[in-house]
Design a protein around this ligand. Structure first.
Ligand SMILES: CC(C)(COP(=O)(O)OP(=O)(O)OC[C@H]1O[C@@H](n2cnc3c(N)ncnc32)[C@H](O)[C@@H]1OP(=O)(O)O)[C@@H](O)C(=O)NCCC(=O)NCCS
Length: 151
């Protein structure tokens, strides 16, 4: 699947080190390389990678239980933001989950993360809850957002 010269593909071992490096850049509490790699062996997990050539420029990770999925993380490399990459990743993830009869996506987002909140709102996610002090580094509430669709 392409957008301009970009490709969205399922994560493989070839992407793990770059995903872990982006975790370090994008989050204060990043997943380790081994944690990312373990998702390859997890039958509940689906991760998609946005590539420009061989370079990982973004990714989204999800886990599905029965017919509901959670987004574990989504990030785009700083030099590639505001080009529609996160939107593309989330749309492709939703498409892939629909084919597996999944009917909702749920995620947590830092209450102060305005770019991410704007992204999710633009895709139809709505707030369904709040977890006080969910995050640390720095400590902050999480908003719980959810999107449901008809199958
Ligand atoms: C949040 C993040 C993934 C967005 O990635 P992105 O590829 O830049 O997002 P997109 O270009 O697909 O943006 C889609 C829409 O989201 C909204 N949006 C994205 N970034 C925004 C920003 N900085 N300010 C305001 N709105 C923003 C806009 O509505 C945008 O559409 P538009 O560009 O047509 O106005 C990226 O900023 C990131 O990696 N941040 C650090 C990690 C993070 O916070 N992840 C989310 C954890 S819950």
């Amino acid at each position: 699947m392409t957008q301009n010269n970009r490709t969205v593909v399922p994560m493989t071992e070839a992407h793990v080190a770059q995903v872990a490096a982006l975790e370090q850049v994008c989050f204060s509490d990043p997943w380790s390389e081994n944690s990312v790699r373990s998702e390859l062996e997890n039958p509940l997990s689906a991760w998609l990678i946005a590539l420009e050539g061989e370079t990982v420029v973004g990714y989204v990770g999800s886990q599905t239980v029965l017919d509901e999925a959670d987004i574990m993380n989504v990030a785009v490399a700083p030099g590639y933001r505001r080009q529609g990459i996160a939107r593309l990743l989330l749309e492709r993830l939703e498409e892939a989950l629909r084919t597996r009869k999944v009917h909702s996506l749920t995620l947590e987002v830092r209450a102060s993360n305005e770019p991410a909140k704007a992204l999710y709102a633009s895709l139809g996610y709505v707030q369904v809850g709040r977890r006080p002090n969910y995050y640390f580094k720095p400590r902050e509430d999480a908003l719980i957002l959810r999107k449901e669709w008809e199958l």
